[in-house]
Write a protein that binds this ligand. Structure first.
Ligand code: GAL
Length: 651
């Protein structure tokens, strides 16, 4: 597939005489796509029922006139101020019970049916006007669902909707009482309309109550999206897209994307390193101008799965952002590197945010491809270079990973609800596995928790997976590669109870978790093969062979031919060994990558990305700092593992 580039543009921010020149500069820079309109509701419908299309018609014509293909956003993440006069109760309510205010964006509660109806109305108008436009070749629905902590809203509409949802799920109140275990602390309900939201209870609320509220809230995002998708499909054959976010886990992205054609995501490597890295100051300083070497790749692989094989970058960081605690500039070369990394992971298009830096309002300190005075900002030259390289590059084709890692949004909610030890974070656990596989030079597929076939894979890992979906259970039954589970996999029922028969409830794992303990930072429990467990450790009894033990001889890691159970959260050394051994057993070649060097194999090429502080050499190729290189797979020597085997010889 031919890969393309694009940019986010706000014609309503600039005098109309600038549009034509902007459009031709975009096209001359090698850009194909231009995304517009996603925040323009107050200009499209300045008063209720009064639509002003002329400016948008002209903007679309002008952009298309320069040869650009338009992605039109539905403007529902920024309802105009008049909407609040109509629906004063549409604002989201925080867990603290405070109603959030107008004056920025995303000021709506997903459960508010009146607002949802008005969204349907504006989307229908857009569909009627532009659904058949040859220039509108894609739609972005809303913008970054869940951003600014808006998935969970504790509003009166959410309360009413939640009660309804529970009634549909359980039919009778006794079934709910039983599922939740409400006999505990006399929490039994007599009617659905007695149930409240789980915030602001005196002591912690029932975890089953929280889980159902999390599911309800996630379903509202999916339902909100479905309304718009259904309307747009009636008017347009162009693909429907949403721009998801980095480390966004409050709703089930797989479900939302079920109504979309393409999952895109917004990649801000430097902002998110500052915001999300748990690895401390030294790590952040090392990567502050490049981003975490695995974070972008993880999200590419996740959103490729969310989009069922089709994913884009809708917003790519081009320079310093404005919203992290500190906002450094990328090292020269990184914009090009991030762009190629996206393609190497299967992205169809990369769009930069934004064309020109705005000299006003909240994001005036956020870089664009142009400075506010229209002079090129540093990223533009890298974008132009990437565009020229794309022209010369034959098609970049996905390739098939042999390693799969399950990612499950419900497990995020479960362990947020009941961490049992501060810092037991499902995302962090899965990401540790991801990073470790990747440092072994492997390409990885992230797969959903209801994945029905594991046939392409040799190694499948499902750390921390709350419970097994019946489809994945069947797929595991048919799988003849190695399955890696634990800690905490198969440890609850979907109702958030300890299963009869105790964890882990996983086919092929003949072991029992007798009890668990969580460990404070700084405590580590050494295991016999080297490295240690930290944060989490499980007391295991087993009929399976014990592969590694704790210092007192208790089993730590179990494994027969095709199964590994890890009874704790392994540190880097331990996890590296466990995963490498599983790959060795399955004949998957691994390599120990130096520093911040990472690789990714497509069907035809190997790509090399150097995030590290020094130049590196691999496969006879020198990769400078902040450099990306690639070579045809055919040019590489036959693959074999370069990790020493037991007798010290390469295996
Ligand atoms: C994204 C958002 C954009 C813009 C950008 C700034 O989260 O979708 O509208 O705010 O961040 O980095």
């Amino acid at each position: 597939m031919k890969r393309t580039l694009g940019v986010c543009y706000y014609p309503e921010h600039w005098p109309e005489p600038m549009w034509a020149q902007d459009a031709s500069r975009m096209a001359e820079s090698g850009l194909t796509w231009v995304r517009i309109g996603e925040f323009a509701w107050s200009r499209i419908e300045p008063e209720p029922g009064l639509y002003t299309w002329d400016w948008l018609d002209r903007a679309i014509e002008t952009l298309a006139g320069a040869g650009l293909r338009v992605i039109l956003g539905t403007p529902t993440s920024t309802p105009p101020r008049w909407m609040l006069d109509k629906w004063p109760d549409m604002l989201p309510v925080g867990a603290d019970g405070q109603t959030r205010k107008f004056g920025s964006r995303r000021h709506y509660c997903f459960s508010h049916s009146g607002f949802r109806g008005d969204c349907a109305a504006i989307v229908r108008k857009l569909g009627e006007r532009y659904g058949h436009s040859p220039h509108v070749q894609g739609w972005q629905i809303d913008n970054e669902y869940g951003n600014h902590n808006t998935t969970l809203s504790f509003s009166p509409s959410a309360l009413a909707g939640f009660r309804h949802w529970l009634e549909r799920k359980y039919s009778n109140i006794q079934a709910l009482n039983t599922a939740w275990g409400n006999v505990f602390w006399s929490m039994e309900y007599g009617r659905f309309d007695q149930i409240g939201l789980p915030n602001q209870t005196v002591a912690e609320a029932n975890p089953s109550h929280w889980m159902d509220f999390r599911r309800y809230s996630s379903d509202q995002v999916a339902a909100f999206n479905k309304v718009q998708a259904g309307i747009l499909r009636a008017f347009s054959a162009a693909p429907l897209i949403h721009n998801f976010m980095t480390k966004s886990t409050d709703f089930d992205h797989f479900k939302v994307a079920g109504d979309l054609d393409i999952a895109s995501w917004d990649s801000y490597p430097l902002g998110y390193l500052e915001k999300h890295s748990t690895l401390g100051d030294a790590w952040i300083q090392t990567y502050m101008r490049k981003g975490d070497p695995d974070f972008q790749a993880f999200h590419h692989d996740l959103y490729r799965a969310v989009g069922r094989g089709r994913h884009w970058i809708m917003e790519q960081q081009p320079g310093p952002v404005n919203w992290a605690v500190y906002n450094p500039a990328p090292l020269p070369g990184m914009v090009r590197l991030w762009t190629w990394e996206a393609y190497a992971h299967g992205a169809e298009a990369v769009c930069y945010f934004r064309w020109r830096q705005a000299p006003f309002a909240q994001e005036q300190m956020h870089a664009g491809l142009l400075r506010p005075d229209s002079v090129p900002a540093p990223a533009l030259a890298e974008v132009q270079a990437a565009a020229a390289e794309l022209e010369a590059m034959p098609e970049v084709d996905g390739g098939q990973a042999r390693v799969a890692l399950v990612f499950d949004y419900e497990s995020v909610w479960a362990w947020q609800t009941q961490p049992q030890g501060k810092g037991f974070d499902y995302f962090g656990l899965v990401f540790d596995f991801y990073r470790t596989f990747r440092k072994l030079g492997l390409s990885i597929d992230i797969i959903p928790p209801d994945c029905a076939s594991l046939a392409p894979y040799r190694v499948v890992a499902l750390p921390g997976l709350l419970s097994l979906d019946p489809r994945l259970r069947q797929a595991l039954d048919a799988f003849d590669g190695t399955v890696i589970a634990g800690p905490r996999s198969g440890s609850k029922t979907p109702d958030m109870r300890i299963p009869t028969g105790l964890p882990p409830q996983l086919p092929g794992f003949d072991c029992t978790v007798e009890y668990v303990e969580s460990l404070r930072p700084g405590v580590s429990l050494p295991i016999s093969g080297g490295g240690a467990f930290r944060l989490w450790s499980e007391k295991l009894s087993t009929g399976m062979p014990v592969r590694e033990t704790h210092a007192n001889g208790d089993p730590a890691i179990l494994g027969d031919e095709k199964h590994r159970y890890i009874g704790g959260w392994p540190d880097e050394a331990a996890l590296g060994r466990i995963l490498r051994q599983a790959c060795d057993q399955e004949g998957l070649p691994t390599v120990e990558l130096p520093g911040g060097l990472r690789i990714r194999d497509t069907a035809t090429h190997r790509f090399y990305f150097n995030y590290g502080p020094e130049a590196q050499r691999l496969d006879g190729i020198e990769i400078g700092v902040a450099e990306v290189k690639w070579t045809p797979l055919a040019a590489l020597p036959p693959q074999r593992s370069t990790t020493p085997s037991r007798d010290g010889e390469p295996s």
